[in-house]
Design a protein around this ligand. Structure first.
Ligand SMILES: Cc1cc2nc3c(=O)[nH]c(=O)nc-3n(C[C@H](O)[C@H](O)[C@H](O)COP(=O)(O)OP(=O)(O)OC[C@H]3O[C@@H](n4cnc5c(N)ncnc54)[C@H](O)[C@@H]3O)c2cc1C
Length: 571
């Protein structure tokens, strides 16, 4: 067994026609090969290398990470004297991944990294999450390093990226007791210490994944007297300097291998990353987009694991004298689970490819002036990536919850027992629709693209490039309904009506986008996705029709019934 080799659907996503452009940009038109003898000299060489790395990851997942997962879940992490000790399995996973040469995965070669595209990184994260979702948090949060790469000074890049390539772990310290979804309320205080040429951090952060990591990115209030996002800056804290202790590890429902920490900052020495006041409005926004894509990979990995558990169980379990997978209720559930996985992958890898293109162009722009066409290309893909990221995070995480729920359902009473992996997967999945911005916050982020017609145009532009088919017609009909719903809502010119209908609009747009991408994938790789496409289209049509039937009847007055359903008055 190998997580990669047993998933042709994943391999197919690595062979997208856009990969040629991605690799050429990532390798700066193959000039990297002149400086590093291990850099690929051409496209075929690069693709061979990706294949080898993914196969290696697949075997590490199957031979080390997955077999450790249950013990990791039972043991969890430990905290004593303000420091965290990982469970034995997590510590071993980290060691093996580092020994396999996987540290600094996406970082430039100049800092000891592997310079791998985001698309390949997403595939690795998906495989790791299928094996043990909690380990993905400890290993994959290395994407914090991308923020230092983008916005740090040359000295910070040299110091911290090298550390990351040598296996240092990272954390992202944003949340505080009174600042969760609303990060503008962050109050952890940053004060300049001119005598020592540094900053000092004081305060508390909570719910920090891997909070005893080697390098922290910390959002803090640097501008005294401010209370909004413009008074916040981003800082780098190096654990070797001391000043941050773990007060406790939270007793979480799932992802036990990933320590969720409460941190106390006591005059901790830190350096400013980038410019003052841009901490939240620029750097954290960029950091969160990367992290949200990371949660989408985690969600897809969990979905896949849950589906495999369910398929295996349903084939073996017999009731009424026959295997349960012969009952329409059961095989329908299994088919919908699989269709959700493939639709999620289509969206996840499309988004990853767009991120690759604009980020690689951004990196090239640091070395020379981009041509007018390149600037246009960068803008186009950057906008599309920004639009697709919230729906990728929102939908894949909700599907992770649904697929793990269905996996337990297919296991019947046995699924409620800790003996079966589906019980752990169900607990692990629950956080995916909460952290890195809840689904409700993904709706807020996506809504302006819905009302601006971005998703609708995206779908229509892609559909005209695809051959005529019943599926294409069905998606055209769905997008027409999306347009009608959007017009009905925006015509009312009331922000609260927009927000009230937001979830239904966002989901409808996401179903149109996901069906289109899955159709495109099934055209590019004939035979592999046809069944999932048909099933996902049925599922999507029923969802969009349902949303359409209520949204088209809703007006500002409809909200009163909902508001008045509160057991108390807000007026
Ligand atoms: C296991 C775990 C790991 C985490 N790891 C990290 C980490 O590494 N770094 C970090 O900084 N944080 C981390 N977090 C924090 C996480 O990102 C927050 O918990 C999350 O963003 C939600 O914030 P909150 O818990 O304060 O909920 P709240 O913001 O209080 O939200 C409560 C409810 O209100 C809804 N809501 C709030 N505002 C709106 C709005 N404007 N519109 C609609 N609905 C709204 C939410 O959707 C939610 O349903 C982690 C949390 C957990 C549980």
């Amino acid at each position: 067994m190998n997580n990669y080799k047993d998933t042709p659907e994943l391999k197919a996503r690595m062979n997208s026609p856009l990969m040629e452009r991605i690799v050429e940009l990532k390798e700066n038109f193959y000039t990297e090969a002149e400086k590093y003898d291990y850099a690929p000299a051409g496209f075929a060489d690069a693709m061979d290398n990706f294949d080898r790395v993914l196969e290696l990851t697949g075997s590490v997942c199957d031979e080390v990470i997955a077999p450790n997962a249950e013990a990791v879940d039972r043991e969890g992490s430990h905290c004593s004297g303000g420091r965290v000790q990982y469970s034995a399995g997590t510590a071993r996973n980290l060691k093996v991944m580092h020994q396999a040469g996987m540290s600094g995965f996406g970082l430039p070669r100049q800092y000891g990294g592997l310079n791998m595209p985001v698309t390949v990184f997403s595939a690795v994260c998906e495989m790791i999450s299928r094996a043990d979702a909690s380990f993905q948090n400890v290993w994959g949060l290395q994407s914090c390093a991308d923020t230092i790469n983008e916005f740090g000074s040359p000295e910070q890049r040299e110091k911290y990226l090298r550390m990351a390539s040598e296996g240092a772990t990272m954390s992202m310290d944003l949340t505080e007791p009174d600042a969760g979804s609303d990060l503008q309320s962050v109050m952890l205080k940053a004060t300049e210490d001119p005598e020592n040429g540094c900053w000092r951090l004081n305060g508390v952060k909570r719910f920090i994944t891997n909070g005893d990591s080697d390098i922290h990115l910390v959002l803090a209030r640097s501008e005294e007297g401010t209370s909004d996002g413009r008074g916040l800056s981003l800082f780098i804290y190096d654990k070797r300097d001391g000043g941050v202790n773990v007060r406790r590890i939270e007793d979480t429902m799932g992802i036990h291998g990933s320590p969720t920490c409460e941190l106390v900052f006591n005059n901790a020495k830190a350096e400013l990353c980038g410019e003052r006041r841009l901490g939240l409005i620029k750097y954290v926004m960029s950091l969160m987009n990367g992290a949200r894509l990371g949660i989408a990979t985690q969600s897809v990995g969990i979905q896949d694991a849950a589906w495999r558990e369910a398929v295996e169980y349903a084939a073996e379990r017999r009731q009424f004298g026959r295997p349960i997978d012969t009952f329409p209720a059961v095989y329908q559930m299994l088919a919908v689970m699989k269709a959700k996985i493939e639709a999620s992958r289509s969206l996840l890898y499309e988004t990853s490819r767009y991120v690759d293109i604009y980020k690689s162009l951004d990196a090239i722009a640091k070395t020379r002036t981009l041509t007018a066409e390149e600037r246009q290309e960068s803008r186009r893909y950057s906008r599309l990536a920004d639009a697709l990221t919230p729906i990728a995070k929102g939908m894949t995480s909700e599907f992770a919850n649904q697929n793990t729920y269905d996996s337990i359902q297919i296991h019947g009473g046995s699924g409620f027992m800790r003996d079966y992996a589906c019980e752990r997967l169900y607990r692990d999945a629950r956080i995916t629709s909460i952290y890195e911005g809840t689904t409700q916050l993904q709706v807020v982020a996506a809504l302006r693209y819905v009302t601006g017609g971005v998703y609708s145009r995206f779908v229509k532009d892609m559909l005209v490039t695809l051959p005529d088919s019943a599926a294409r017609q069905a998606i055209s009909d769905m997008v027409a309904r999306l347009d009608e719903m959007t017009a009905h809502v925006t015509d009312q010119k009331e922000t609260e009506v927009n927000d009230f209908c937001g979830r239904r609009l966002m989901e409808s747009a996401a179903y149109c986008v996901m069906c289109t991408l899955l159709l495109r994938d099934s055209v590019e790789t004939p035979g592999l996705f046809d069944k999932s496409l048909k099933v996902f289209l049925d599922y999507s049509r029923s969802q969009v029709d349902g949303h359409y039937s209520v949204v088209m009847t809703w007006t500002a007055q409809s909200m009163d019934y909902y508001r008045q359903s509160l057991p108390y008055s807000r007026v």
